[in-house]
Design a protein around this ligand. Structure first.
Ligand code: HEM
Length: 126
């Protein structure tokens, strides 16, 4: 599962370089109200960093580390305070999954899909 997740990240990097714009375009299409939280993020550094942190969190969660669940719980509360409601917070994981699957195209394997489904189930349980 860990290998398939890592392979999926490599696949996306190979096919489209930095996926940050694709991820946030999809997020803002689904959650238009969230766009204004990033208006001061002109160069996209916060968006890029958050995506990096999310990918790192999911990778470590897939490897069985304990800290990701705590981190997700803490961030859910931090985000609620900056205007991201609990139910919207969790949609980011799905947005990343959908974006990556689409970017992977026909090279996205059943193992990659299973790895993502597995780790997102764990993230949701956190
Ligand atoms: C729709 C859902 C989400 C929205 C709209 C959102 C929005 C934001 C915004 C606006 C910031 C910048 C805060 C600031 O610098 O003042 C941020 C930072 C951050 N977010 Fe999210 N977030 C979402 C989901 C998540 C999820 C699921 C995680 C994963 C645990 C996460 C982890 C982080 C982290 C670690 C930072 C700090 C990044 C840094 O240091 O620049 N976010 N988020």
């Amino acid at each position: 599962m860990t290998d398939a997740l890592a392979a999926s990240l490599e696949l996306v990097a190979d096919r489209c370089g930095d996926p940050t714009t694709l991820v946030y375009d999809r997020l803002f299409a689904q959650q238009p109200a969230m766009r204004e939280l990033f208006i001061t993020d002109h160069g996209g550094a916060a968006r890029g960093h958050m995506l990096q942190m999310v990918l790192e969190t999911l990778t470590n969660m897939a490897e069985g580390a304990a800290w990701p669940a705590n981190m997700i719980r803490a961030e859910r509360i931090n985000h609620d305070q900056i205007g991201v409601p609990f139910d919207v917070f969790a949609t980011f994981f799905t947005v990343v999954h959908e974006t990556f699957r689409e970017a992977g195209g026909e090279a996205w394997t059943p193992d990659m899909e299973a790895a993502w489904t597995g780790v997102l189930t764990r993230a949701a349980a956190a």
